[in-house]
Design a protein around this ligand. Structure first.
Ligand code: WT7
Length: 653
């Protein structure tokens, strides 16, 4: 079927309700490029400033030096809390739904969130946290996670949230890299009816982090944990001793707001650094525009705060708009496969934003669990994290959206801070699987392997065309550096194609000018919307004393999007055994976390290599995809017989 066969026009309902029509989008987009300063000057008023900026974008990508609103002064927590108090002190900021559907719902107003954030900020000050200090968060999905982030922002500390599924070793690596002396965690989380050990994991991590001075522990499940005297402090105890107001720290626009670790094609995860004003403005504006948010609506983003999606669309974007968010501790299929739909009905969610992998998993049970619930509160749907296959899009549209609701498929990255390409409800007809159009100020373009623009410079790529996706201009939400390693930032994003930002994604532009993301073109795989560096998984495997070498590739997986296929060669004399396979899986869990566990572990006496010793990943990918009819040129291999042996022993049949 061609793209055009799949065109879903803007519905009357979306159009009647829209904040942005097609004409407005076109005019705004054109102006955002032709008069960038003027365009952004008009947006500056979205935020409350202690000193409003006079300068807009001031950036270079060669050498890399990115600044936005640089002479402005503000505080992020004031923008998310204090400024809402005159009109929204009683508006609910966070509705909390626990893992257990019978857990009492928590409803936290802006007034309460302000007071709690101030208390936590005071507690942090009491523990010795100062402006500029890095604070590591390892939290379950509870309102205290948002309070902790905002408390850091209030006093000018830089948070580094580590996803609750990462291993103690991964936590330790991130604490060390950020040189963080403070940790905020909880006793346990709940996940699908089981306790998730958090404080215990932090204790283990801290065996390798002697510089950590204080740990603040939120009591969530109440289960027993070890408290180190001197080092560990209960939040509820400190909370009782501190005032509920706290003077916000004036922050320069380019002061750091947070670090978030993300995987790349080489080496250890990088600490992507976002700064204060540009990030906040970008998340504030994209939240309101892309999700077309109206005051009083309930917005539910199913991501975890440990990922950028949670940062931008559970915390900073919504709260800076005085929105009401649903925060959900659980998983889509507990206690039953209808949990998402039951929760939408229970809380009357208006806007629902989730990942394709969740939809693909839920699709297996058919529409009945969806149809069991009244979803009439829904007005808009969204997806994020990976390309959505048309089947999943159509299922989402038909069964959840009742063939009426627009779906915004938002393409973006940890490094971009917020949504970059997406249809806008009311402005763009939809195509299942297309990220559609660039947001204001964004200029995508396609380049070939040599970095030459495909069919014209600066995004003038009249389709159809396909290539590597680059961006040609900075935007306020762009990451500014890799923490402690600006050279790596430059190398990773701006040297493949000098002076352009390389996304790591492939894309195509169709004849209607719609953008389609085709997936990563580097050694990054996307497992259930989580980014994984193949190099990281390889080094976790090679860490096992019996392993000589490992090569990891992604392959298409029905539910996860991509699965992890690991080829492993053992040291000579080592016998393969089930015990060894278990140990290898364990090694990955220990070094990274369960999300990185390989789906297939293929033990092989040899890997296909060129005569110069380079592993031929292209061949490994093909075999993992179970698509080895056209392996391409294998004549440059040092030992072509290796390939047939791998094909014969392939695990994904
Ligand atoms: C990578 C970024 C965006 C926050 C969550 C992931 C892939 C993301 C889409 C989409 C196709 C997508 C890309 C991107 N991706 N959204 N709508 N369509 N691909 O953030 O962990 O930094 O991963 O996710 O490959 O490069 P991340």
């Amino acid at each position: 079927m061609s793209d055009a066969d799949h065109l879903f026009p803007v519905t009357d309902a979306a159009l009647a309700a829209t904040r942005t029509t097609a004409a407005q989008y076109a005019a705004n987009y054109a102006r955002s490029l032709s008069d960038s300063d003027g365009f952004w000057r008009d947006q500056v008023g979205r935020l409350d400033w202690m000193t409003p900026p006079t300068k807009m974008g001031n950036w270079s990508w060669d050498p890399v030096d990115i600044k936005w609103f640089e002479d402005g002064v503000l505080n992020v927590s004031v923008n998310c809390l204090d400024r809402h108090l005159p009109h929204h002190a009683d508006t609910i900021a966070i509705v909390w739904e626990g893992d257990d559907p019978k857990a009492p719902v928590r409803r936290i107003s802006y007034g309460e969130l302000h007071a709690e954030t101030c208390r936590m900020a005071n507690a942090l000050i009491g523990l010795g946290v100062q402006k500029g200090d890095r604070v590591t968060l390892y939290m379950p999905m509870i309102p205290e996670a948002a309070m902790a982030m905002l408390a850091c922002a209030r006093i000018g500390a830089v948070h580094s949230v580590v996803f609750g599924g990462f291993s103690p070793e991964a936590i330790a690596g991130r604490i060390q890299d950020a040189d963080s002396k403070f940790v905020i965690t909880a006793d346990y989380g709940n996940r699908a009816g089981k306790p998730l050990q958090l404080k215990g994991a932090v204790d283990k991590a801290l065996e390798q982090c002697p510089d950590v001075e204080a740990v603040l522990v939120v009591r969530h499940t109440g289960a027993e944990v070890n408290m180190h005297p001197e080092r560990d402090h209960w939040w509820h105890e400190l909370r009782a001793q501190v005032p509920a107001t706290c003077t916000p720290e004036p922050m320069a626009a380019e002061d750091p707001l947070f670090i978030l670790y993300t995987s790349g094609s080489t080496g250890k995860p990088k600490g992507v650094l976002h700064t204060t004003a540009g990030y906040l403005l970008w998340t504030n504006m994209t939240f309101e525009t892309v999700f077309d948010y109206r005051q009083g609506e309930l917005f539910w983003c199913t991501a975890d705060v440990g990922w950028v999606t949670g940062h931008s669309y559970i915390v900073y974007g919504p709260l800076s708009n005085a929105a009401t968010v649903l925060m959900f501790e659980g998983v889509p299929n507990y206690p039953d496969v209808d949990r998402f739909w039951a929760t939408i009905a229970k809380h009357k969610v208006n806007i629902f934003y989730t990942a394709p992998t969740a939809l693909r998993a839920l699709m297996r049970d058919g529409p009945e669990p969806v149809d069991r619930h009244d979803l009439s509160s829904l007005r808009l749907l969204g997806t994020v994290g990976e390309p959505i296959n048309p089947e999943a899009w159509l299922w989402y549209h038909r069964h959840v959206g009742k063939s009426k609701l627009p779906i915004v498929d938002t393409w973006w990255q940890t490094e971009t801070g917020g949504a970059m390409m997406t249809p806008l409800p009311g402005a763009h007809a939809l195509k299942p699987g297309a990220a559609a159009m660039p947001f204001y100020g964004i200029v995508p373009a396609l380049v070939d392997a040599e970095g030459k623009f495909i069919a014209g410079p600066e995004g003038q790529n009249p389709g159809p065309n396909e290539g590597n996706l680059v961006l040609t201009r900075s935007w306020p939400g762009q990451a500014r550096t890799v923490y402690g390693d600006h050279e790596r930032f430059t190398q990773t994003y701006f040297t493949t194609y000098r002076g352009l930002y390389f996304t790591g994604d492939g894309a195509r532009r169709d004849a209607d000018g719609y953008w389609w993301i085709t997936g990563r073109v580097d050694d990054v795989i996307n497992v259930s919307g989580h980014r994984m560096g193949t190099a990281e998984v390889e080094s976790a495997l090679v860490a096992h004393p019996d392993v000589a070498e490992a090569a990891v590739v992604g392959y298409p997986h029905d539910i996860k999007g991509q699965g992890i296929y690991a080829y492993v060669t053992l040291n000579s004399g080592v016998e393969a055994s089930d015990k060894l396979l278990t140990e290898l899986r364990y090694s990955v869990r220990e070094h990274i976390g369960p999300i990185a566990t390989p789906d297939h572990l293929h033990l092989t006496p040899a890997l296909p290599k060129t005569r110069s010793g380079k592993i031929m990943r292209r061949i490994l990918r093909k075999i993992a995809e179970n698509d080895f009819a056209a392996l391409g040129d294998t004549s440059t291999l040092a030992d072509p017989s290796v390939v047939q042996a791998l094909i014969d022993g392939r695990l994904n049949r």
